[in-house]
Design a protein around this ligand. Sequence first.
Ligand SMILES: [Zn+2]
Length: 378
Amino acid sequence: MTRSRPAIVTGVIDLAKRLRALPADRKMLSVYLDTSPGRLFGEAYRLAFRDAARVVRDQVSESERELFDRAVEDVRATLEDLPVTGRGLAIFWTGEELLAAPVPAPVLDEVAWGSGPLLAPLQRVIDDQERVALVFFDAAHTRIVTVALGEVETEVAFDDKSVPPRQAAGGWAALSQSRYARHREDHLRRRAEQTIEALTEMLRDAPFDRLILAGPEEPMALLRRLLPRPLAQRLVAVKPMEWFASEAELLRTVSETATEVERERELAVVNELVDAGGVGRSVLGLEATVAALNDARLAQLVISDVPLPEGGQCVACEVVTTGRETCPRCGGPLEPVASLNGPMIAQALRTGGRVEVVAGAAATRLAEHGGVGGWTRY
Ligand SMILES: [Zn+2]
């Protein structure tokens, strides 16, 4: 392997798939690095790699040292040009190539040398992500795809060529048309049951959080009716789709559905807040919310993604204010801010509150009440 060969950068799920496909007895260098913002200064994560590799080297047998050193040098060189886009970074030197993926969750620094890749930290991250199962189902085809982190994780498909067509062929006498329809219905039902069996098995092996049904209307309605409780509870949408839809179309449907579900959840959050009307433990509007924030009373800040008015923040005591003259608490000078969203969110997090940023219809509804509000601790 030469220095000029760049790393193949992919997603964590694709990375895990590629690693599993490699021969298990091959010597590999597995590297996980914490690349959270605090580690970027002075390239701390690169130093961490060098230190960890040095420790591991002492345990590598004499006969493998040369190979190990080459692997470390390849990874080191790759780290120089690889942009950091995740909370963590996973890099594997496989003897033939370098595979890398940004990791969307924090990981601990880890360097391992041995036969086959060190997969456990990667698998832990993947398991923690929300997983969506999308099921296409009609009289002839079943296709089940699970998606996590915007990547297809698993795909199961089974076809049935013995499906009776909608219209009976000439051989069926008029008398038996109704029998034929029942025959077709039984067939569809059997296929639906098979599909549910496959889904249930999947739920056991690699649990998914949400379920989307996709396909023509009649089979979808039947499948939906037959869903057992654990599957019905996860159902979030029924969408039209063709069985031959491309992977890109599947992923788009999953991501659009996720956005719809999220927007609905946000709207419910805002509706509850607006209905509470700013009394009791609810606050509504800019002035009331700023006051609760500055008293460190806010348990949850609900804030629109639309810019709020300008304001100021005290240089000395960090109080957030809609005024622009002096700090209402200590009289100190204010730092002007173009929009209060950022300082309010920071203040809420600093005082131990949760933050819900809402968009779309929820933001529009909240805008009628000052664009911000929340729930206080007492
Ligand atoms: Zn102040």
